[in-house]
Ligand binder design. Structure first.
Ligand SMILES: Nc1ncnc2c1ncn2[C@@H]1O[C@H](COP(=O)(O)OP(=O)(O)OP(=O)(O)O)[C@@H](O)[C@H]1O
Ligand SMILES: [Mg+2]
Length: 228
């Protein structure tokens, strides 16, 4: 479970207030989308919930660990054991082939069955390809495989389809949902696209650094049912 209480975050010695009094709760296995316009603080909130960044004030408990009290070193260890990330940019290592990029994720926890994950993402024929030889959608699928090879308890995604066209974007979202069904990890996805938010169980709407609405989505749509 992720439980945030009265989180605040500012930059430039308090001049830029980015997050104002954020409280939320995310259950184990839940799929939550953080939705809001550009600059509303979505990425900053995700970075704090995942232990990439520290809040200025407030309390943050993730899987029974109090992140607000952890040192940078402890946060690194927490991320290694608990979380995985997928971003809009692919961040694959350019000099490593697909297998070795994914292995790198797997090696963090010594997972030997990473090949199964590669197969389930439909990129087994690309095992020995280099990142530059892949399309954007394929590169993002390698990123998903690398993230999941870590067997994360929580998967954080920041605009994972932001660089993809509609067809490829839907495919990638569909792959992500299939993996979620299989492994049951908690999923927190940032997007500015209201259509994508209809896939989630819970939609947290942000504006100007605040949560303005939390919606329980009764009918979760598939990647092929939503608008784009
Ligand atoms: N390191 C930083 N230093 C100063 N200001 C920052 C920093 N990071 C973010 N901000 C500011 O905080 C605000 C929120 O940024 P954030 O990246 O969280 O927004 P976002 O909702 O993810 O936007 P987008 O949809 O464009 O990615 C913005 O005004 C941004 O300029
Ligand atoms: Mg952002």
């Amino acid at each position: 479970m992720i439980k945030a209480e009265n989180i605040t975050k500012s930059y430039n010695n308090g001049k830029i207030e980015v997050l104002k009094d954020i409280s939320l709760e995310i259950k184990d296995g839940e799929f939550v989308v953080i939705l809001g316009p550009s600059g509303s603080g979505k990425s900053t909130l995700m970075n704090i919930l995942s232990g990439l960044e520290k809040a200025d004030e407030g309390k943050l408990i993730v899987n029974n660990e109090n992140l607000s009290e952890k040192t940078d070193k402890e946060l690194t260890q927490f991320r290694k054991e608990t979380t995985a990330f997928i971003f809009q940019q692919y961040y694959l290592l350019p000099h490593l082939n697909v297998e070795n990029n994914v292995k790198l994720g797997a090696s963090l926890i010594g997972n030997k069955d990473y090949k199964e994950i590669i197969t389930s993402l439909g990129i087994e024929s690309k095992l020995h390809s280099m990142p530059f030889e892949l399309s954007g959608g394929e590169q993002q699928r390698v990123c998903i495989a690398r993230a999941l090879a870590k067997k994360p308890k929580i998967l954080f995604l920041d605009e994972p389809t932001g660089a993809l066209d509609e067809k490829t974007g839907r495919e990638v979202l569909n792959y992500i949902m299939e993996e979620k069904k299989k492994y049951g990890f908690t999923m927190v996805m940032v997007t500015h696209n209201p259509s994508i938010s209809l896939m989630a169980e819970t939609i947290i709407k942000m504006n100007s650094g605040r949560i303005v609405e939390t919606i329980k989505n009764k009918k979760q749509m598939s990647a092929y049912e939503i608008g784009w």
